[in-house]
Design a protein around this ligand. Structure first.
Ligand code: SF4
Length: 280
């Protein structure tokens, strides 16, 4: 057993929140630079170049890489040998979020009641997901999610007869409908299987995978390649100005499902593909 006081989460979450909103990682920058070489539209090329320049400037200056610093999605994977002490865990996670947005001068974008829409003033609460893993460590990942790309996500429960073709049509149609609104070049997260809410969860899980990494199952990896090719034939291009590079990658996560259903969800991630992680 390992005893951890929940207060230890506060400085960690604070730091990760600021890091995620300010520093885009090398995996993304590398993918953007590589896509700039492949983009055929002169304006699209120029836009990708500006996105890379913006990312570098944000890191150098310690400023948010995008004005929409999102609602924060926090994942805690908790070792089953961990025993928590102290204040309620969710309160401490939100305290870290509060301090991160305050000290990083990050925009507060969370409203409390979704109908009354009063800003909470400190970007809390976050969306917290927890799961139990073997061991005595806690893995923390934070993902600020801006509305431009999040608003373009979709979920649908297909019938099994619609199969792979139905999934492909749904994913491509989602990207096409989003056009430039989701701030491409995108990372397209796809969740297939489970239930309605599980597929949506998987679609966001898919965004955690590094760009360029394929699913371990060959037939799913092939589907990722096919979808990437089809999406990049849509001609939406960087920020929707037209061009070859609409998506940097497509990641699919799957889960077993009912014999009579085929849930599919798409969670789009914009070029500000932000996340930061740590182990406690
Ligand atoms: S979709 Fe992404 S890049 Fe576009 S405004 Fe929102 S956070 Fe920023």
């Amino acid at each position: 057993m390992r005893v951890i006081n929940t207060v230890e989460l506060v400085p960690l979450i604070r730091k990760l929140t600021m890091k995620a909103c300010i520093e885009l990682d090398d995996n993304l920058i590398g993918a953007l630079e590589e896509s700039e070489k492949r983009e055929e539209s002169p304006l699209g090329k120029e836009i990708i170049g500006t996105l890379v320049e913006n990312a570098r400037a944000a890191k150098d200056e310690g400023l948010a890489c995008c004005q929409d610093t999102g609602i924060l999605v926090v994942y805690l994977s908790i070792g089953q040998e961990v025993v928590w002490q102290g204040n309620p865990l969710e309160e401490m996670v939100n305290e870290g979020v509060r301090q991160g947005y305050r000290d990083g001068y990050l925009r507060n974008s969370v409203v409390l009641d979704p109908f009354l829409r009063e800003n909470s003033g400190d970007n809390t609460p976050c969306v917290l997901h927890t799961d139990i893993i073997p061991g005595d460590r806690v893995k923390i990942l934070v993902m600020p999610k801006g509305a431009g790309s999040e608003n373009m996500g979709r979920v649908q429960v297909l019938t099994p007869a619609q199969g792979k073709a139905g999934v492909k049509d749904f994913v491509v149609e989602t990207v096409e409908k989003a056009g430039g609104k989701a701030c491409p070049p995108l990372i397209v997260g796809v969740g297939v299987g489970g239930t309605m809410e599980k597929s949506a969860f998987l679609a966001k899980e898919a965004l955690k995978r590094p760009i360029g990494e394929r699913h371990r199952e060959k037939h799913i990896a092939e589907l990722e390649d096919e979808l990437l090719e089809e999406i990049n034939r849509l001609g939406i291009g960087p920020l929707g100005v037209g061009g070859r590079i609409t998506a940097l990658d497509v990641h699919i996560e799957v889960y077993p499902c009912h014999i009579a259903s085929l849930p599919v969800a798409v969670n789009l991630q914009c070029h500000a593909n932000r996340h930061a992680e740590a182990v406690l």
